[in-house]
Design a protein around this ligand. Structure first.
Ligand code: ZN
Length: 191
């Protein structure tokens, strides 16, 4: 069951849902699942992702388990509102690659009566809050934290361990560069 549907579904207003967690925790899968259900309910949907994320496909969002959904790749969050005139449900993936302006964009869309679903990493590779997700959590009505499985001990995992020595905030990769770790097994990088 969707987190939000355990509660009363809001009427005559929009709202913001955030799906956050570490890599390999199923964020994109959960976003795709919610968007598909909206499509089945014959709602107009629009899906966006930052242009920086070219891991898989430039016009789809794709989960690590190969689910996919058609999306627009945009450079900046402010490009989103003009592309959502007819959309009732708006999905935004890989939100950590947008800047803080994503927060006011999501607020603007929700204030227009739209359902906004945002998925992204809540911690960076050092285990620190990853902007703009912390600010989005503060203004969202519904929050889902997805957990992965620790690759070392099998506990529930909420951290992303970078396996290489690169110190850039953004290093695009998947299982070649990252793995999920629990609090106990996570090793913060030496800086
Ligand atoms: Zn562990």
């Amino acid at each position: 069951m969707d987190t939000w549907s355990q509660h009363l579904v809001p009427r005559d207003t929009g709202w913001i849902e955030v799906i956050c967690g570490c890599m390999f925790s199923g964020k994109t899968e959960e976003l795709i699942r919610r968007m598909r259900r909206a499509q089945i309910a014959r709602q107009n949907v629009a899906v966006f992702k930052p242009r920086i994320d070219t891991r898989f496909s430039s016009d789809h969002i794709v989960s690590h388990s190969d689910q996919s959904l058609v999306s627009h790749a945009v450079q900046h969050a402010t490009e989103i509102p003009p592309l959502t005139k007819n959309a009732q449900v708006i999905g935004i993936d890989e939100a950590q690659f947008f800047d803080e302006s994503l927060v006011s964009v999501c607020e603007e869309l929700a204030n227009q009566g739209k359902r906004v679903i945002v998925a992204g990493l809540d911690q960076d590779y050092r285990g620190r809050p990853f902007s703009p997700i912390p600010s989005l959590l503060a203004v969202a009505e519904y929050i889902t934290k997805t957990l992965a499985i620790c690759m070392v001990c099998g506990n529930p995992a909420d951290r992303t361990q970078r396996k290489t020595q690169q110190h850039d905030l953004v290093v695009i990769g998947a299982k070649d560069i990252y793995e999920a770790r629990c609090r106990h097994c996570f090793e913060p990088p030496n800086e």
